[in-house]
Design a protein around this ligand. Structure first.
Ligand code: SAH
Ligand code: SF4
Length: 431
């Protein structure tokens, strides 16, 4: 989501006549887009800002701003921490960026805009990814009404707001006309899409509308909340040719006691039923998840239940995090805080188990033939290209940039923990 916010800011600045540069020391404006969902992400943003201080000393005319969740959280307080900043821009106001920069340049004063708006204008900012990209993000909703007890998102992104389905479909048509083959629909809880739009569509209905757009070969979405995942959505995986067989379904914990304190709204048993429902509708579906270790009150026996759930589901991949207190959330005040050392041990155990499951899942693909959408040259070897299967597995194979944007038939030859190695099946037509 943050990547897409950055793309949107780049787009409105380029519409206002700014030109992108990769060199920070040549820039007139630098905006650091931040995330405050976890402590580690916030620390990264602070060190990035720290590096810009020196640049500011060298070039007094440079405008330096901070945007995103951390900016929303701290507002004017940011100036105490980083007095060399010119701008603190909240999550609802990125559409104002060019005007604010002008104001700073003209008046020479600092600006803070963290006001929340009823309707978030940036939702409608259309972006085209860099030339040659075949994949694009499309925001379908923003904010969240769930208030999971550990989570800062509802406080820094505001309440849930869905975009009208017609607007989303128009944007995806525009992307398809400009060479985009794959879209990823973004929202904190896509399953509740439409709840703020009276008389508009549900999420499965929206998927069916997007499924008909010519030129879009692949549809993905993130994130799905387990409590709102419906049978109607599961059936879409079987029915819609261009809906990719992958779901990211964050479980967070396998212990009912912890899930209750997290205010997630489901039990481990209910989560497992949703997994069965998905696998019944689409047996090969890739399932990934998020897990937090060391939530306040998590005992060894609770953590063991998370391990048991992982062994039962056998996720293709998980993103796992040590719990960190976020200011203003309910769990900040919970008792039973877990020691950092214990969190570290649990995280290592969990990640080791996940690696074995990821490898096991990937090995199951050896010898199979998959459609791979080529995204470009591989990062590790310039005689290789890299792409993804519909199940979102990364595949590296010998090939050149001419394949970018094409879907090729690939035989999977070798499985690794985080990727696959494949070979193009000669004689098969590229799409
Ligand atoms: N909307 C998504 C997740 C958004 S945040 C959902 O409901 O699943 C992304 C992930 O960050 C979460 O799934 C959670 O695993 C992690 N996270 C959020 N707050 C956290 C905290 N305080 N400490 C550690 N991890 C956290
Ligand atoms: Fe945060 Fe929960 Fe909303 Fe996800 S559903 S953004 S974890 S409050």
């Amino acid at each position: 989501m943050n990547v897409h916010d950055s793309e949107q800011m780049a787009q409105i600045l380029s519409d206002a006549g700014y030109v992108k540069t990769d060199k920070a020391d040549r820039a007139d404006v630098i905006i650091v887009n931040t995330c405050s969902v976890r402590e580690k992400a916030a620390q990264k943003a602070y060190s990035q800002l720290g590096r810009l201080k020196k640049l500011r000393e060298k070039r007094p005319g440079l405008v330096i701003g901070v945007a995103g969740c951390l900016a929303q959280e701290h507002g004017a307080g940011f100036f105490r921490r980083a007095p060399y900043l010119d701008l603190v821009l909240g999550t609802h106001n990125i559409h104002r960026l060019p005007g604010i920069i002008e104001e700073i340049n003209n008046a020479g004063s600092r600006v803070v805009d963290t006001s929340f708006r009823e309707s978030v204008r940036s939702l409608g900012i259309r972006t085209l990814p860099p030339d040659g990209d075949v994949s694009a993000y499309v925001t379908i909703m923003q904010g969240c009404n769930n208030f999971c007890s550990y989570c800062i998102v509802p406080y820094v992104r505001g309440r849930e707001e869905s975009r009208a389905s017609g607007e989303i479909v128009d944007e995806i048509r525009f992307l398809a006309d400009n060479g985009i083959r794959e879209v990823t629909l973004l929202g904190q809880n896509v399953n509740s899409y439409g709840s703020t739009l009276s008389g508009d569509t549900s999420f499965p209905a929206l998927l069916r509308m997007i499924g008909k757009i010519e030129g879009i070969d692949r549809i993905r979405f993130t994130t799905s909340h387990p409590k709102d995942l419906s049978e109607e959505l599961a059936v879409c995986f079987a029915d819609l040719d261009n809906l990719c067989e992958h779901i990211h379904l964050p479980v967070q914990s396998g212990s009912d006691h912890v899930l209750k304190r997290m205010k997630r709204g489901y039990t481990a048993g209910e989560y497992l039923k949703k997994i069965d429902m998905l696998r019944n509708a689409c047996p090969d579906i890739t399932i990934t998840s998020d897990i937090i270790v060391g939530f306040p009150g998590e005992k060894d026996s609770d953590f063991q239940k998370t391990i048991d759930l992982m062994k039962e589901v056998r996720f293709d991949n998980t993103f796992s995090f040590k719990y960190s207190d976020r200011h203003g959330t309910a769990s900040e005040g919970y008792d039973g805080k877990v020691e950092e050392g214990v969190k570290g041990e649990r995280l290592s155990e969990l990640q080791l188990l996940q690696e074995s499951h990821s490898l096991e899942k990937n090995r199951g693909l050896e010898g199979t033939v998959k459609d791979v959408l080529i995204e470009g040259v591989s990062k590790n070897n310039d005689t290789d290209v890299t792409g993804r299967t519909r199940g979102n597995k990364i595949v590296n194979l010998a090939g050149d940039t001419g394949l970018t944007g094409k879907t090729v038939r690939v035989r999977i030859a070798q499985a690794y923990v985080h990727s696959l190695r494949g070979e193009i099946i000669q004689g098969e037509k590229c799409l």
